[in-house]
Design a binder for this molecule. Structure first.
Ligand code: SF4
Length: 366
């Protein structure tokens, strides 16, 4: 996972993303309750081939400097037989690569050693509960928790930085403080709190209410002062509004705001700073916004990202509708386009998780 501070600043997100997510395969030995990919045991017959995958990696380089960070996801990237060759190829092209493997029996110490040897920058692991019982109940896969904890411990031993991804839903919200305590015992680089969006198998779980979301985001902001790792939210960009509000209230200077970890993620949202490429080569604004805008088999990823009608609209918050369209924080937040789409069928609608009434915040010039 990239450091926002190192990759985001100075980049024009309408021209180039900070992160390219590549769903290398839909295949995975698990079948988690909230899997976005609706993973299946075997690869799809139309999955990008080895050669097509290399051609796709070359397309990422065509964004030019600064190059986007590549995150390999799935399904389970470890189930791709050509995984290490593709990592080497991507690194040879100058890309920095991170990976989010599934907690299957394939996630061994040897596999982690190989990832480190092949120059993987960081490892994304999912922890959705503070105990084996809670985590495995959310994932609906027994044994996941122990394997994840063992992987985190081994990654710490070999110096492979870890981002822990945690689902925020009605089912997990009360357990977040205990999960935080657990994470302080691992060498975690970043904790990413993913606010559930009802897509894929995620429909089996419930999103938190806007009021509970607001409480949780304030709690996250309180934690950031003392946490031994960075904390970020995913699909909850209105956290930036809360963080800014709190920093203004405590008379934080503009320079201090700019050095905060939340500042590095300003402006990034689905389709603006982020692009997602599926195992079939289809291009989406994010993994949670299931509107295909093109196909890397037949079109240029760069052209799709810069010029396809949906991406162009996502680059321009003034085109958003409802509160997000008139919001004074539209540029730095813009709302979750994926949640807007999941709730209304319109990716440009307002983010229903946000309670803010535009104009209420005295915003400093940043
Ligand atoms: S109204 Fe929309 S753009 Fe404004 S803070 Fe809320 S989610 Fe962000």
């Amino acid at each position: 996972m990239p450091s926002h501070r190192n990759h985001g600043i100075g980049r024009d997100y309408s021209r180039s993303p900070m992160i390219v997510y590549w769903e290398m395969t839909q295949a995975c030995a698990l079948s988690c309750k909230h899997c976005r990919a609706e993973a299946i045991p075997s690869p799809h017959p139309m999955e990008l081939t080895h050669l097509e995958s290399k051609e796709f990696l070359q397309q990422i380089v065509e964004f030019g400097d600064p190059l986007p960070h590549l995150i390999l996801t799935g399904g389970d990237p470890l189930s791709r037989h050509d995984l290490y060759e593709l990592i080497d190829h991507a690194c040879g092209l100058g890309l920095q690569v991170s990976i989010t493997p599934s907690a299957t029996p394939a996630l061994t110490a040897d596999a982690l050693d190989s990832l480190k040897r092949h120059r993987i920058q960081s490892l994304g692991l999912s922890i959705d509960g503070s105990t084996a019982q809670r985590h495995d109940a959310i994932r609906a896969v027994p044994g996941c928790f122990e394997r994840t904890v063992a992987a985190a411990q081994h990654a710490g031993r070999i110096g492979l930085p870890i981002q822990v991804n945690t689902l925020v839903s009605a089912e997990t919200a009360d357990d977040l403080p205990a999960i935080y305590q657990l994470l302080t015992t691992f060498p975690v680089m970043r904790w990413s709190l993913f606010f559930l969006i009802s897509v894929g198998r995620g429909k089996a779980l419930r999103e938190v209410s806007p009021e509970r979301g607001e409480e949780l985001m304030n709690w996250v902001f309180d934690l950031t002062a003392a946490a031994p790792f960075a904390i970020k939210t995913t699909e909850a960009p209105s956290y930036r509004r809360i963080a800014m509000n709190r920093m203004i209230a405590s008379h934080t200077s503009s320079a201090e705001m700019k050095s905060s970890s939340v500042y590095g993620g300003f402006q990034v949202r689905d389709g603006h700073g982020i692009v997602f490429v599926s195992h079939l080569g289809k291009v989406y604004p994010s993994g949670f916004l299931p509107l295909s805008c093109g196909d890397v088999r037949s079109s240029s990823l760069v052209e799709i990202y810069r010029d396809s009608p949906l991406f162009r609209a996502l680059h321009a918050p003034k085109q958003f509708q409802g509160k997000c369209g008139i919001c004074d924080l539209g540029q730095i937040c813009g709302g979750s386009r994926a949640r807007a789409f999941a709730h209304t069928g319109n990716p440009l609608a307002s983010d229903p998780l946000c309670l803010y009434e535009p104009g209420d915040l005295a915003r400093p010039a940043l």
